[in-house]
Design a binder for this molecule. Structure first.
Ligand SMILES: CC(C)(COP(=O)(O)OP(=O)(O)OC[C@H]1O[C@@H](n2cnc3c(N)ncnc32)[C@H](O)[C@@H]1OP(=O)(O)O)[C@@H](O)C(=O)NCCC(=O)NCCS
Length: 171
């Protein structure tokens, strides 16, 4: 498996992987698939922070993206969606993608990465409950799953309410 930045040739395959990862039996196209496309078309998209995992034959088997978000007036990152093709799950692909995007975000001098996600999965990568850092979600019910990973440029004075990029409001 290789982890690399997405290219324009990957767009369709990323959509396919995202649909496969998030589809639940009896439900239609998961919102995460159009969300990736909406993000790519909006100013919050950061090309340096969209990574694919390519399998042995070169197929896209996973994808992760961080987009621009804010905490009050400060610029931060939001991680997600993160998708691994079902037949490749639990084989280290998600782990490789998360490490890649966190390393790249740190190298870009970003202060923190925020997400809404599993508190069993993301703490493996240094995420902690956002409340520990004084970062609040827009909706109080997100609190138990709302997490922050601080990076080298973290500034503890950045506190307050987090906002995702506009496309997240459409889902
Ligand atoms: C969640 C997801 C991204 C994980 O990717 P993955 O490639 O299957 O996971 P990895 O093999 O890299 O797992 C890394 C570690 O996390 C554990 N893990 C994997 N999925 C997990 C989950 N859903 N909950 C808790 N732990 C999990 C693995 O056992 C492994 O543990 P270890 O390092 O102690 O061995 C993937 O299963 C997926 O695409 N799921 C559907 C979409 C989704 O839920 N995305 C995340 C949205 S928050």
């Amino acid at each position: 498996m290789l982890v690399r930045r997405e290219t324009s040739d990957d767009v369709e395959a990323i959509r396919t992987v995202t649909v496969a990862a998030f589809t639940r039996p009896g439900e239609g196209v998961p919102v995460e698939a159009p969300l990736v496309d909406w993000l790519r078309a909006c100013p919050a998209w950061i090309p340096e922070l969209s990574f694919v995992a390519a399998g042995p034959g070169g197929d896209v088997i996973g994808h992760v993206v961080c987009s621009r978000g804010t905490v009050e007036l400060a610029q931060v990152l939001a991680l997600g969606p993160l998708s691994v093709r079902p037949d490749w799950q639990r084989k280290g692909v998600g782990k490789a993608l998360v490490h890649a995007v966190l390393g790249a975000a740190d190298a870009l001098g970003e202060p923190m990465v925020v997400l809404l996600g599993s508190t069993e999965y993301y703490p493996k990568f240094g995420f902690r409950l956002a409340s520990e850092y004084g970062i609040a979600p827009k909706h109080a019910e997100w609190e138990p799953h709302f997490q922050v990973r601080t990076l080298t440029a973290y500034d503890p004075s950045v506190r307050g309410e987090f906002a995702y990029a506009e496309p997240f409001d459409r889902i």
